[in-house]
Design a protein around this ligand. Structure first.
Ligand code: UD1
Length: 428
C-alpha cells in the first residue's frame, strides 16, 4: 500500500490550479442516465471516485468515452462523453456502492427514466451511519414504491413518477440531488422545500436546464421543477472544487506561506475566508482566483461550527482543526452535520496536538510546534488534515492508507511539491 512522506517546515509559495469539484462531478455524471443522448462533461477531476462512477455507469450499459486529457498533458480537467442509450441493467451492485456512497445518486435518474431502479444499501461508513432514508422518502413522495430486499433498495414506478411537494426535514445534499434529477422527468410540478443550497446543487441544476429541464429557485432552499417527458444531450463544465480550494488555503496559512489558487471562487468559500481572516491570514481575490497568505504574525484560535452551505463546510472541519492545532490560544470546533467525524483527532494528537473532544465539540489548545509522526488516514478529509499538519510539523510524517486521499485530491503531492513542499509518495 502506498504511503506519503512529508518533511515539514517549508512555507508554501506559488501558483496552484484548482481542479473541478468531485462532489459536483459525481451527480452530474449520474445525470447522463436521464437521457438517451450524449452528455459531455468537461473539467472533471482526475480522481478515483470519478473512475468508480464511470465504472458503475459502464456496468449499467452507459457508453463512456474519454476525450483525452487535454492539450496540456492532463493539467486541465478530463472530458467525458456519457451516452445512456442502451441501459441494460438498473442495478448498482454492493461492491461499487460500498466503495463509494455517492453511487446512490443513480437511484433517482434510473427510476425516473426506466420506472425501475435497484441500488445496494450503502451501509455504515467511517463518518457515521449516514442513512439514505431521506432519498427514499423523496422518491416515495414522487410516487415510487420502495422495498428493501436482501440489502438492496428496490424502487419501482411503472407508470412514471409524479410531481409533488417534497419537504426535507433537514438538509441533505445527496437527497436533494436525487430528488432534483428524478423530478426533472416526473409528470407535473415538484417543489423541493428545505433543499440543500450547496454550489454543487446549482451546478447540477444548470446542467439539467441545459438538458431541457425547467428549474426555478436555484441557489435558494426551494427548488421548483416542471417535469419534462424527455431530456436531451448537453455540454457542461464542472465548477471548481471549493473543498480543494479551502484545503490549500489552509495549507498556505498553516505553513506561513502564500499561494495563488488559480480558478478558485471566493464566493463559494465565504464562510472559510471570513474565519481565516479572523485567524490572521490574508485572503485576496485576484484576476485568476484567490491569494491566501500568512506572512506576518501567528495564527489565532477561532471557534467554528459546521453547517450546511452557506455555513462552514463539514468537509473542511478536519483541515481547520489541523490549523487550530498550531494557533495561539484555544479554539472550539463543533461538528453538526455528521456524527463521529473526529477520527483525525487521535492522529493529530500523535503529532503533538492538544485536543479534547466533548460530544460534538472539540477544544483545541494551540501548541507552538507539531512534530512529525507515523499516522493513519481514516477518511478523505481526515487524511488531508494530517498532510497539512505534516507540512507544518518539525521532522518527518509518514501517512499510511493514502488511498483515501486519491479519492478526492488530484495529484496532491505534485501540486504541493511545485509550491515548495517536501512531500513524496512511497510506492509499494
Ligand atoms: C455530501 C458530500 C460530502 C459532504 C456532505 C455534507 C458528495 C458526493 N458528498 O454527502 O462530501 O460531507 O454532503 O456537506 O457530494 N442523512 C440522513 N438521511 C439521508 C441523507 C442524509 O440522515 O437520507 C444525514 C447524513 O447522515 C448526515 C446529514 O444528513 O448526517 C447530511 O448528509 P448529506 O448532506 O446527505 O451528505 P451526502 O450527500 O452524503
Amino acid at each position: 500500500m502506498d504511503r506519503i512522506r512529508i518533511r515539514g517546515g517549508q512555507p508554501l509559495q506559488g501558483r496552484l490550479a484548482i481542479a473541478g469539484a468531485k462532489n459536483a462531478a459525481l451527480p452530474l455524471m449520474a445525470a447522463c442516465l436521464l437521457t438517451d443522448e450524449t452528455l459531455t462533461l468537461s473539467n472533471l477531476p482526475h480522481l478515483a471516485d470519478i473512475a468508480t462512477m464511470a465504472h458503475l455507469l459502464g456496468e449499467l450499459g452507459v457508453q463512456v468515452t474519454m476525450d483525452g486529457s487535454g492539450p496540456d498533458g492532463g493539467q486541465a480537467g478530463r472530458v467525458l462523453q456519457l451516452t445512456a442509450t442502451d441501459v441494460r441493467d438498473v442495478t448498482a451492485p454492493y461492491d461499487l456502492v460500498r466503495k463509494m456512497r455517492a453511487s446512490v445518486l443513480v437511484l433517482g435518474p434510473m427510476l425516473a427514466r426506466f420506472g425501475r431502479s435497484r441500488v445496494s444499501l450503502p451501509g455504515g461508513c467511517a463518518i457515521g451511519t449516514r442513512p439514505v432514508d431521506l432519498h427514499l422518502k423523496a422518491m416515495a413522495q414522487l410516487g415510487a414504491e420502495i422495498e428493501l430486499k436482501e440489502g438492496y433498495i428496490e424502487a419501482r414506478a411503472p407508470r412514471g413518477l409524479c410531481g409533488n411537494r417534497v419537504v426535507f426535514p433537514f438538509v441533505t445534499v445527496g437527497g436533494t440531488e436525487n430528488a432534483l434529477m428524478a423530478a426533472a422527468l416526473a409528470k407535473g410540478e415538484t417543489v423541493l422545500t428545505n433543499a440543500a443550497r450547496e454550489p454543487e446543487i446549482a451546478d447540477l441544476a444548470h446542467c439539467l436546464i441545459a438538458m431541457g429541464a425547467e428549474i426555478e429557485g436555484i441557489g435558494s432552499d426551494t427548488l421548483t421543477v416542471q417535469g419534462r417527458e424527455r431530456l436531451h444531450g448537453a455540454r457542461h463544465a464542472v465548477l471548481p472544487d471549493r473543498i480543494e480550494t479551502g484545503t490549500y488555503a489552509m495549507a498556505a496559512a498553516i505553513t506561513g506561506g502564500s499561494l495563488d489558487l488559480v480558478g478558485a471562487r471566493q464566493e463559494h468559500i465565504a464562510a472559510l475566508t471570513e474565519v481565516l481572516r479572523r485567524a490572521g491570514a490574508e485572503v485576496t481575490p485576484t484576476a485568476s482566483g484567490l491569494q491566501v497568505s500568512r506572512r506576518n504574525g501567528p495564527i489565532r484560535g477561532v471557534d467554528v461550527m459546521t453547517e450546511p452551505y452557506p455555513g462552514f463546510p463539514t468537509d473542511l472541519q478536519a483541515q481547520f482543526m489541523a490549523l487550530m492545532a498550531v494557533a495561539e490560544g484555544a479554539a472550539m470546533v463543533t461538528e453538526t452535520v455528521f456524527e463521529n467525524r473526529f477520527m483525525h483527532v487521535p492522529e493529530l494528537a500523535r503529532m503533538g496536538a492538544d485536543i479534547n473532544v466533548h460530544g460534538a465539540s472539540a477544544i483545541i489548545r494551540g501548541v507552538h510546534k507539531l512534530s512529525g509522526a507515523p499516522v493513519m488516514a481514516t477518511d478523505l478529509r481526515a487524511s488531508v488534515s494530517l498532510v497539512l499538519a505534516g507540512l507544518a510539523a518539525e521532522g518527518e510524517t509518514i501517512l499510511n492508507r493514502v488511498y483515501h486521499l486519491d479519492r478526492g485530491y488530484e495529484r496532491l503531492e505534485e501540486k504541493l511539491v511545485a509550491c515548495g513542499a517536501d512531500i513524496e509518495r512511497l510506492r509499494y
